[in-house]
Design a protein around this ligand. Structure first.
Ligand code: GLU
Length: 384
């Protein structure tokens, strides 16, 4: 008998779709996949070489559960210099980003607690909240407001049961970036109402306009914030499953308890390579970001040519979240697009009720495939 906890939580829509695309492609279909949020680039060579060196040297055993000291130190130094988060290695736990989110939910939420998050939001926040027995409270964001979370609406959503706010800027699925003033106002609310903030900053380096601001860098916020980030998106290292949580030392110890009872530690031989990713040359990271910007602009131009679609200009990440003007649920719309046009996109409804009427395009794929995919979408829109 499946636990009550898990029974009503669906499998991840993003991962399920990507599994389906892999299956169809392995059967000989030619699917243009705009589904998974995953860069198509190869991990930089200096990082791969560092991993091979660590394997060759026999670095293949358990590491401390919190991660190797050199990597914790490198992450802390990066958080200090780039994000102005005043922390040391003791404030860092090395763990896959998604596992950090899962553990944070389990560590801080009790049944009945409420968690505020943007609608739409990335699929797994709601699942983690529910698995911890707590309740997601979606605060609507709007296309006409570039999906920016409005602090006034956050305030209205708070009840005596509210325990946590989740932030994700740049955002998956909208690519929206929270303005500095919004982050400051949310910080004030969190302090006033004594709330924990879980800030998922995995797209922190993929910003085209403006600058990333970590809420933990604001006065009085470090002590109540779990900042989560990692290497997957910035260094094209999705398969390495390597990220981190940054928090006060006591919180790191708390979350590490769950790490010791679940994965014990991250893979050992990838960790020296992560130090190389952070401390080594950053040229490839920068050229990947400028390539993403070109692809975003290309994809937006192509959307502009399709009747029935409109999209605002996302300032970060590698997602577009277009609106379609057909009277059909996004799940049906996307399934038909996959069946008829062989293009995989994620239904907006996977990201919360506010995603209905939209779909997500991950444009972290080559220019030729983007052109081919949009040609097919144009044809599809002409028929549906
Ligand atoms: N975060 C990526 C996405 O949204 C990878 C899949 C997942 O973790 O949900 O597509």
């Amino acid at each position: 008998m499946v636990s009550k906890r898990l029974r009503d939580v669906p499998a991840s829509g993003t991962v399920a779709l990507s599994n389906l695309v892999s299956l169809l492609n392995s059967q000989g279909a030619d699917i243009v996949s705009f589904s998974m949020g995953e860069p198509d680039f190869t991990t930089p060579k200096n990082v791969i070489d560092a991993c091979v060196r660590s394997l060759d040297s026999g670095f293949t055993h358990y590491t401390p559960s919190t991660g190797i000291p050199e990597l914790r130190k490198a992450v802390a130094a990066k958080a200090f210099s780039e994000n102005n988060i005043h922390c040391t290695a003791r404030n860092v736990l090395i763990t896959p980003c998604k596992h950090a989110i899962f553990m944070t939910a389990l560590a801080y939420l009790d049944p009945g607690d409420e968690v505020i998050l943007s609608d739409p939001s990335w699929v797994s926040y709601e699942a983690c909240i529910r698995l911890a027995g707590a309740k997601p409270v979606y605060v609507p964001t709007y296309y006409d407001e570039a999906f920016v979370l409005d602090p006034r609406r956050v305030r209205e959503a708070i009840t005596p049961k509210t325990k946590m706010i989740i932030l994700n800027s740049p955002s998956n699925p909208t690519g929206g970036v929270l303005p500095e003033q919004t982050i400051r106002e949310i910080a004030e609310i969190a302090k006033e109402r004594n709330l924990t903030v879980m800030s998922d900053e995995i797209y922190e380096s993929i910003i085209y306009e403006g600058k990333h601001l970590s809420i933990a860098s604001l006065p009085g916020m470090f002590e109540r914030t779990i900042t989560i980030s990692g290497l997957s998106k910035t260094y094209a290292m999705t398969g390495w499953r390597l990220g981190w949580a940054i928090a006060p030392e006591e919180d790191i110890k708390t979350i590490d308890k769950l790490q010791t009872h679940s994965i014990s530690c991250c893979v050992s031989f990838t960790q020296p390579a992560a130090v190389e990713a952070i401390n080594g040359p950053q040229g490839e990271k920068e050229s990947m970001v400028s390539e993403f910007r070109k692809r975003r602009d290309l994809a937006l131009d192509l959307i502009g040519e399709i009747d029935g679609l409109e999209c605002n200009v996302p300032k970060g990440a590698f997602y577009l979240f277009p609106k379609y003007n057909r009277d059909v649920k996004s799940e049906v719309f996307c399934r038909k697009m996959l069946e008829d046009a062989h293009v995989a996109v994620t239904p907006g409804s996977a990201f919360g009720p506010g995603g209905e009427g939209f779909f997500r395009i991950s444009y972290a794929t080559g220019e030729e495939r983007i052109k081919e995919g949009f040609e097919r979408i144009k044809h599809f829109m002409g028929k549906i």
